[in-house]
Design a protein around this ligand. Structure first.
Ligand code: SF4
Length: 230
C-alpha cells in the first residue's frame, strides 16, 4: 500500500479511460487461410486464450505480451498500408476491449477479419467484421467448449473452420455441417492438422462425401514453415 491513494475528488471526471489491449505481436504478412487467403494483411495477435487445443500452433500467445493503447494499435496497422487486417490470438475475444479495436479498424476503412475459437460469444462482434470461427473437433481436446449458440450469429460473409486431425474428426465435422445446415449459413472450411492428416486424404474424403465445403492448406506454413511473425 502506498501513501498516494487518490480520493474520488482527486480524479477529474473528464479524464479519459485508457482503452488498452494486451498484444503479443503486430506484423505484416500474407493471409494464409480463409476467404482472404493471399491478401497482404496486417495481423494483430492478442495475448491470452482460455483453451488448450492439443495441436495449437500459437502457444507463445498464451502469456506475456504488452499493453498497447487501442488508438496506437490502429495507427500501427495503418502504417503498414494494407487494406486487410486480421485480429487473431490466442483467443482475441478473451479481452473484452477487442470489440473496440474491431469497431475502430472498421471505421478506419479496413477489411477486418476476426479469428476466434468458437468457445466465446460472438453476438457483439461488429457486423462489418468477417468472423472466421472454429468449431473444435474431438481430437483438439476442446470439443466440449464449442458454444453452439454462436451459430445463430453467423452472417453470410462469415466462415466456419474445422481443423481436422483424423478420420474421426472428419466424420464429426461432416455430421455437424449436415445437421446444422452450416453451408447454407456461411462458408465452411476444412483444414488438415499439419503432420496428422494427409492433405490429399482429406481432399478425397470431402469429394467422396460430396460435401459443400472448401478445402484449404495454410499458405503461411507452405511459405514460411509457420515461423513466428508470418
Ligand atoms: S483456441 Fe486457438 S489459440 Fe487457443 S489453444 Fe486453440 S488453437 Fe490455440
Amino acid at each position: 500500500m502506498n501513501g498516494n491513494t487518490a480520493t474520488p475528488a482527486d480524479v477529474s471526471p473528464a479524464a479519459p479511460v485508457r482503452e488498452r489491449l494486451r498484444i503479443t505481436e503486430i506484423f505484416h504478412s500474407v493471409q494464409g487461410e480463409a476467404d482472404a487467403i493471399g491478401w497482404p494483411t496486417v495481423f494483430v495477435r492478442l495475448t491470452g486464450c482460455p483453451l488448450r487445443c492439443v495441436w495449437c500452433d500459437t502457444e507463445y500467445s498464451f502469456h506475456g505480451g504488452q499493453w498497447h493503447d487501442i488508438d496506437a494499435i490502429v495507427a500501427e496497422v495503418a502504417s503498414h498500408g494494407a487494406k486487410h487486417v486480421c485480429v487473431t490470438g490466442g483467443e482475441p475475444l478473451s479481452q473484452k476491449r477487442c470489440h473496440i479495436l474491431l469497431r475502430k479498424l472498421c471505421d478506419a476503412g479496413h477489411e477486418v477479419s476476426l479469428e476466434t475459437s468458437g468457445a466465446l460469444d460472438v453476438s457483439q462482434v461488429d457486423p462489418r467484421v468477417r468472423k472466421v470461427m472454429d468449431l473444435k473437433a474431438p481430437d483438439s481436446g476442446e470439443s466440449a467448449r464449442n458454444l453452439w449458440s454462436n451459430l445463430d450469429h453467423l452472417l453470410p460473409h462469415d466462415q466456419v473452420k474445422f481443423v481436422i486431425a483424423s478420420r474421426g474428426d472428419f466424420e464429426w465435422s461432416r455430421d455437424v455441417v449436415r445437421e446444422h445446415g452450416l453451408a447454407e449459413k456461411s462458408m465452411v472450411l476444412f483444414s488438415p492438422v499439419w503432420g496428422k492428416v494427409e492433405p490429399r486424404a482429406l481432399a478425397e474424403w470431402i469429394l467422396a462425401e460430396r460435401l459443400p465445403v472448401r478445402f484449404q492448406l495454410q499458405l503461411h506454413k507452405l511459405l514460411w514453415n509457420d515461423a513466428q511473425g508470418h
